[in-house]
Structures are given as structure tokens and as C-alpha cells.
Write a protein that binds this ligand. Structure first.
Ligand SMILES: [Zn+2]
Length: 352
């Protein structure tokens, strides 16, 4: 394992950030190259724990000469976000200086322009430098795994249609409980990488990208950071890498049996009014149309001081907010359903 650091100069005098990058050299130039990063949203640590255990396995494989494809691991991809504490609470999703989501506004370029990402970085902001360095590393790989987590959630992934159904092996290796098929229409890291590959040839948009993968894996909820879980997830990613020929190790074939639904079929359950949330249903439960999901206490103590939130259609509850107070139109749940939601959805990501 070779360790290096990318230095990112800050936006004010005297500040710089150091981004550790771990590399394992493969023996076969034809084997897929892999890029794995975790905690781009700095307060989402299940992936960092996974990467810690995975690197231990990869070091053993390296000693035994079993690594075929180059593997790059960035176990804590956002030193800027990691340092943002506001009134004692880590603020890992948005850059406080620019108010932008750390996982949006990645450059939408063609893969053939990869090297322009890190040209003349000096005049760019620290966050922009970070995004460009991460994307530059990712575009040097064939398989790109971005490890995130949700609030309270099952284990699931956002996978662009362009990689499906080939990527079922990833869902099976992780033993995922659901897959959301995305349309590639955002500037999130995973979708910007997919965009670069789709537009690699001038004047042509590739609809399918065989042999490639760029994916956001949601490793359950923010508090699901435990040694057994992280080791199990590391085993899952290891199985995927072995299955794709990156590591020389025999793995039993597995198939994905969970639901894979387009983003249009995800019901975003929003609060009709502000209030204290009493959940009746939890993640992992399959619910019927019209079933009571939550009661919101909107006017505590008053007659008729509560409202019910019911399921618009049958489905599997994949995520739930960990908060117990919600503002009007705040998100309560994501439910994976068989049919498209009747609620209008803009192209791109489900959440800001
Ligand atoms: Zn995230």
C-alpha cells in the first residue's frame, strides 16, 4: 500500500488541507481499475469504517500477490467538511462558506478532458479544488464507488440506468435491500463521473457503459457505524471486487433479489404541516396503500391538534428521518414503490 497526500491550499492565508490517498498496485494492466471514496458528506462515516477494514484485507491480498487491478482508496474524502463544526455539531453536507452541497456541482465534462480538471487549480476555491481532485482520480478508474449513508435507512444504492442490470452484482455482493435507478441528470459526484464517460466521444451520448460503474452506496443510517457492520460491508465490497476480477479470489455467485425502482417510483413522504413526529412505521417494513405512517402533533393539547400521514401507494420503507420535529414540507420517509409517484419530481437527485 502506497500512501500519499493531496495538499489543498485554503481560501485564506495560513490554511491548507491534507487529503490522504491510499493506493494498491495491480499486476494486470487489463484488470479493471477501482476508485473508492468515503465521507464526501463528512458526517457520513459508515464508509470510512468500511474502508478501514477493506484496506486491511487489501494489504493481505497485496502480500499474497492477489491484486490484479489498481485500487485507489480515499477513506475520508472531505477534510474541509470534517473540520466544520457549528455550535458543537459537525456540518458535513454543505460547505458553510459557499452554502453548496459537497456532493453537487461537480464539473460536467467529457472523460477525454480529464486532465483539464486539475489545470490551473491555484485560482479556484478550496472546495472546487477538492472536487476536481476527487473527480480526476475517479476518471482514472473503471469502477467508482462513492460511499455515503442516509439518515435512518436500509442499505441501498443510487445506480444510473447506464450501469443496470450489470451492476446487480454490486447489489448482491453488499446484500442490499433496494436499488434506486437514477437518470444521471445531476451534478452529484457519481453522476458527473457517469456523464464524463457517456460523453467521451464527441457528438455521441452512450446509453450503456458496460464494464464501467459509478455508484453512490448508501450504507444505512448516519449512526450505523459499528465494527461488525463495517467488517460485513468491507466483505461485501471485497466480494464485488473479486467478482469483477480486480482481486484474485474465488467468490460464490449471488443474485440480487430486492426491488430496483426508478427514482420516479420513490414516494418522498413530506409533512403536510409542521409538528412533532410520531412514527407508526419503521424502515424495512412493507406497507399497503393508505396505511398510517406517522401522526404529526401540529397543535399540542388542542382538539384536532394532530394530522395523519398515510401511504400514497404500497411499497417498502427505505429511509426515515431521525428528527422528531418536522417543518411544513419537510421529508419524513422515502418509500420504494411499484408504480410512479403522482407527486411531480424534477429531474436529478431526490434531495438537495
Ligand atoms: Zn451523502
Amino acid at each position: 500500500m502506497e500512501t500519499s497526500e493531496i495538499i489543498l491550499s485554503g481560501d485564506t492565508a495560513g490554511i491548507e488541507w491534507r487529503l490522504p490517498v491510499l493506493r494498491f498496485k495491480g499486476s494486470d494492466p487489463k484488470a479493471p481499475k477501482v476508485y473508492i471514496q468515503a465521507a464526501l458528506h463528512a458526517n457520513e462515516l459508515p464508509g470510512t469504517a468500511l474502508a478501514h477494514f477493506l484496506c486491511e484485507q487489501l494489504r493481505q491480498c497485496e502480500s499474497a500477490g492477489l491484486i490484479r487491478g489498481d485500487i485507489t482508496v480515499v477513506p475520508q474524502a472531505n477534510p474541509i467538511g470534517t473540520a466544520q463544526s457549528h455550535f458543537g455539531e459537525l456540518q458535513g453536507r454543505f460547505d458553510l462558506a459557499s452554502r453548496t452541497n459537497f456532493n453537487r456541482e461537480f464539473p460536467l465534462i467529457s472523460a477525454k478532458d480529464r486532465d483539464t480538471l486539475i489545470d490551473n487549480l491555484d485560482h479556484r476555491t478550496a472546495v472546487d479544488k477538492l472536487k476536481r481532485q476527487l473527480m480526476h482520480m475517479a476518471l482514472g478508474a473503471d469502477l467508482v464507488i462513492d460511499l455515503h449513508c442516509d439518515d435512518e435507512a436500509l442499505q441501498y444504492a443510487y445506480i444510473d440506468d447506464a450501469f443496470w442490470p450489470e451492476a446487480q452484482d454490486l447489489a448482491a455482493a453488499f446484500d442490499m435491500e433496494a436499488v434506486f435507478l437514477s437518470d444521471g441528470e445531476s451534478s452529484a459526484f457519481e453522476e458527473a463521473v457517469g456523464h464524463a464517460w457517456k460523453y467521451e466521444e464527441a457528438g455521441e451520448k452512450k446509453a450503456q457503459l458496460p464494464g464501467k460503474l459509478s455508484v453512490t452506496v448508501e450504507l444505512r443510517g448516519r449512526r450505523d457505524v459499528y465494527p461488525e457492520m463495517a467488517a460485513k460491508d468491507a466483505d461485501g465490497l471485497f466480494r464485488f471486487l473479486a467478482g469483477r476480477g480486480v482481486i484474485d479470489s474465488a467468490v460464490p455467485a449471488a443474485s440480487f433479489t430486492g426491488p430496483a425502482v426508478p427514482l420516479d417510483n420513490v414516494e418522498m413522504i413530506r409533512a403536510p404541516d409542521a409538528g412533532t413526529i410520531l412514527f407508526h412505521r419503521n424502515i424495512g417494513e412493507t406497507i399497503a396503500e393508505g396505511e398510517l405512517l406517522a401522526t404529526l402533533i401540529t397543535r399540542p393539547g388542542a382538539i384536532d391538534g394532530s394530522v395523519e400521514v398515510r401511504a400514497p401507494q404500497a411499497g417498502l420503507i427505505v429511509t426515515r428521518t431521525s428528527e422528531r420535529f418536522v417543518r411544513r414540507r419537510g421529508d419524513l420517509m422515502k418509500i420504494a414503490c411499484e408504480n410512479p409517484s403522482r407527486a411531480a419530481r424534477k429531474a436529478g437527485t431526490l434531495e438537495d
